[in-house]
Ligand binder design. Structure first.
Ligand code: SAM
Length: 212
């Protein structure tokens, strides 16, 4: 999943804040017990999410794609004292593990968990002035999620989308459906004058999008 050479990735991980012990446990548990554990953001990207959230000090965050809660907890680190992260996951089997993870990291009062298809739930959530959003679920729907989320983000708010470099395929010759859809998403956002945007070559590519 890494775009950067492994040695460089190791160097970056050695020169950022260490992964907090409770997140290390969640990372390890995910690799031991859950299918497709590589979907978890991990140490370096987790610290990026935490840093961005701390810089924004959001009162409200919207996350699409909770998985085992790793990124939820990283983003929650930056919440204002009375802030809430709303996070959506389609797989209800994660519920028990998520309850434990939110408890072990003391964020249970700051997380509002939803189970179900994100496209439906985003529309149902009443809040429409989010400071920060993280889109990291089924990649084929990213453009739809972006269009729904942009309506619910305040001016000056930040949208983060994961996996936008798609293992480097978006700038190669590949033409499979997933690659084409992610290329279309990136091209669409590049042309969208409502937002400022740039891609960070972190892990599988992270796009930062600021609503004007
Ligand atoms: C890449 S993982 C999220 C990783 C997590 N954000 C992290 O960094 O630790 C994607 C998650 O999105 C969920 N998902 C897939 N399709 C979804 C949908 N339509 N609505 C909500 N969640 C969905 C998957 O079940 C999976 O848990």
């Amino acid at each position: 999943m890494e775009i950067l050479p492994h040695d460089l990735q190791m160097y970056l991980e050695d020169h950022c804040d260490p992964e907090p012990p409770e997140l290390q446990k969640i990372n390890r548990e995910t690799y031991l017990k859950v299918l497709q554990p590589h979907m978890l953001s991990g140490h370096y990207q987790g610290r990026l999410l935490s840093m961005l959230s701390k810089m924004m000090q959001p009162k409200s965050i919207l996350e699409i794609g909770t998985f085992t809660g790793y990124s939820t907890i990283c983003l929650a680190e930056g919440l204002a004292d009375d802030g809430i992260i709303h996070t959506i996951e389609i797989n209800r089997e994660m519920e028990e593990m998520l309850i434990q993870h939110y408890k072990s990291t003391n964020v249970e009062k700051k997380v509002k968990q939803y189970f179900g298809p994100a496209a439906q739930i985003i529309v149902e959530i009443k809040e429409n002035n989010f400071d920060l959003a993280f889109i990291d679920a089924d990649k084929r729907n990213n453009l739809n999620y972006f269009q729904l989320v942009i309506e619910k983000i305040r001016s000056g708010g930040l949208i983060i989308i994961d996996n936008v470099l798609w293992k480097g395929k978006v700038y190669g010759a590949e033409n499979d459906t997933d690659t084409r859809l992610i290329r279309e998403l990136n091209d669409h956002i590049t042309q969208d004058t409502r937002v400022e945007k740039l891609i960070l070559p972190v892990r599988d590519g992270v796009m930062l999008i600021r609503k004007k």
